[in-house]
Write a protein that binds this ligand. Sequence first.
Ligand code: THU
Length: 157
Amino acid sequence: MINKEINIKYEEYASIDELNAEDRELAGAAIEGMKGSYAPYSHFNVGAAVRMSNGQIVRGANQENAAFPSGLCAERTAMFAAGAKYPDKDMQSLALAGGIYGRLTEEPATPCGACRQVMAQYQAKAGKPMSVIMIGARRVWKFEKVDDILPLIFDSI
Ligand code: THU
């Protein structure tokens, strides 16, 4: 038997103002994206934004439904919209932010497992790392690649 370990590296920023210009713009779009949230059940508004290889930013927000499984997270809303709009472009980075009744959470919003799996697929499609920025009022985290938030990714059968 061998004991093994997986190390995850990520960057922590005091606020989105510390991010580089591109990431700051993307983070701003994710926060702005929260306005598109339709969350009559949880009242948890999530916004996401994807930067494409052509520089375009596509936003998304969580959409809830009375038939619960029919709703969708902000991240997948953004990625699926981006994939549909720019099928030939790569997704370079994704930012997300969340808050109750539109007020940003103190700690960074972290994506659910299903959204991480979808990120992994678009990263594999691009063949390049896709960075993920998680925004909170108190701190901001940046992960260089999806592998860092979904170790041992399911790739394909
Ligand atoms: N939600 C997201 O949009 N993204 C996440 O990463 C986690 C959860 C949404 C789903 C639901 O509309 C609400 O937040 C409460 O779970």
